[in-house]
Design a protein around this ligand. Structure first.
Ligand SMILES: [Zn+2]
Length: 130
């Protein structure tokens, strides 16, 4: 898992449905290029002007953090997918991105086959174990 796969909003791209799928695969928020036809182009956080101006690497470095956009996303993810991007950001801030990735690896690796558990689907992309 590379740090480039951790998006500015604290989302771990490597457990995202768009990243894990075979067809029309997204390379990750930070590696995305405009010509690729994936939904990320519409992401309000990725396209956030304040964030871009601030030249920050993560949202917590932004003067507007936590803004309405990230609060909204956080609420959606906590409710629907049992994951908090704000909590992710706080962990990155506290322990650094390397340590965060180490813990993410443990959290999202399938105990049965070693595959990756998808945050959106809630099961392992490899063997479908929940
Ligand atoms: Zn598995």
């Amino acid at each position: 898992m590379k740090s480039l796969l951790i998006a500015s909003c604290g989302m771990n791209c490597s457990i995202c449905m768009a990243y894990l799928r075979d067809k029309n695969k997204c390379p990750g928020c930070r590696l995305f290029n405009k010509n690729e036809p994936v939904t990320i182009a519409k992401c309000k956080i990725k396209n956030c002007a304040t964030f871009k101006r601030s030249k920050s690497k993560f949202c917590f470095e932004c003067k507007e953090f936590p803004c309405e956009r990230i609060n909204h996303m956080d609420k959606r993810y906590r409710t629907k997918y049992n994951m908090s991007v704000i909590e992710n950001l706080e962990n990155i801030k506290k322990f650094g991105v390397k340590e965060f990735i180490k813990n993410e690896k443990i959290r999202w690796t399938c105990s049965q086959c070693g595959g990756t558990i998808c945050v959106h689907r809630g099961y392992c992309y490899n063997c479908r174990k929940k």
